[in-house]
Design a protein around this ligand. Structure first.
Ligand code: NAP
Length: 261
């Protein structure tokens, strides 16, 4: 995707810097590389245990000709978030796009969900968005511009058995998106969510559990297939770019026609 301007073709995100959480694999890695292919420099972050995988994503971003900043970052740590966001801001001159992608899912019926599991899901999938967004907003407000994209889930619109606690965190992500949009819009910042359906990542495959389940849900989907992480890239680029200047507080299903509300 390139914009035409007086005969000079420019990448749609050229001159922008993005930061993606949980970017070592799956949807986060695809988004990080996809943003780089559209011209953005990208800060990739994930847990310290994912250093090797992060290095591979860094190599892909650099192969696309973009600058990559690579930091370990646990999105439940306010201190670490502030440290890393400051380091990237200083190195890059600012962060224009934040993608809150990090997430966890350990499936269990609600009756078996203990406080520890409940808190772990809300810490990463809910509090992580709050902490990262609050850390980025001062600089975005000062520049009167910014793009925040939260990776929620269709689970946040309708829970399913064994995903009640996870679905509750994703409903939280959608609500945070709507409220932040109203609270920061006056400063030219948009906040939108993407609700993936079933994407065949480590999380997606673990959750489906079998080839039979993959086949079943592929049949249910209008497009007769489940998602690849790269399917989430286009909608993210849209929300990250000027193409979506007048779109905020929205949650877009990216699910191959598996869910319609
Ligand atoms: P994934 O393959 O499990 O990747 C998630 C990444 O987030 C992993 O690298 C994980 O690291 C990291 N992470 C976990 N806890 C973290 C923390 N505290 N701080 C920073 N990073 C952390 O999952 P995915 O399928 O790509 O999912 C990405 C996002 O899309 C998640 O928010 C997920 O809920 C959402 N989503 C996925 C699907 C799907 O079908 N795959 C559908 C709807 C929504 P570790 O592996 O080391 O924990």
């Amino acid at each position: 995707m390139a914009a035409q301007d007086n005969g000079v073709r420019t990448m749609i995100l050229e001159g922008k810097t993005a930061l993606v959480t949980g970017a070592s694999r799956g949807i986060g890695a695809a988004i990080a590389v996809g943003l780089a292919k559209q011209g953005a420099d990208v800060a990739i972050t994930d847990l310290a245990s994912e250093a090797d995988a992060l290095a591979k994503v860094q190599a892909e971003i650099e192969a696309a000709g973009r600058t990559c900043y690579n930091h370990d970052l646990d999105v439940t740590s306010k201190v670490r978030i502030e440290q890393i966001f400051a380091a990237v801001t200083e190195a890059a001159g600012g962060i224009d796009i934040l993608v809150n992608n990090a997430g966890i899912l350990v499936a269990k019926p609600l009756e078996e969900v203990d406080e520890k599991l409940w808190d772990a899901h809300f810490d990463v999938n809910g509090k992580g968005i709050l902490l990262c967004t609050n850390a980025i907003l001062p600089q975005m407000r000062a520049r009167k511009a910014g793009r925040i994209i939260n990776i929620a889930s269709i689970a946040g619109r309708q829970g399913s058995p064994t995903q009640g606690h996870y679905a509750a965190t994703k409903a939280t992500a959608i609500t945070l998106t709507r409220v932040y949009a109203q609270e920061v819009g006056m400063d030219g910042i948009t906040v939108n969510a993407i609700c993936p359906g079933i994407i065949l990542t480590e999380m997606g495959k673990t959750n489906l559990g079998s080839q039979e389940a993959i086949d079943h849900w592929s049949t249910v989907a209008s497009l007769k297939r489940l998602g690849d992480p790269v399917d989430v890239v286009g909608p993210t680029v849209f929300f990250a770019s000027d193409l979506s200047d007048f779109v905020t507080g929205q949650a877009l299903n990216v699910c191959g026609g598996i869910y319609f509300h």
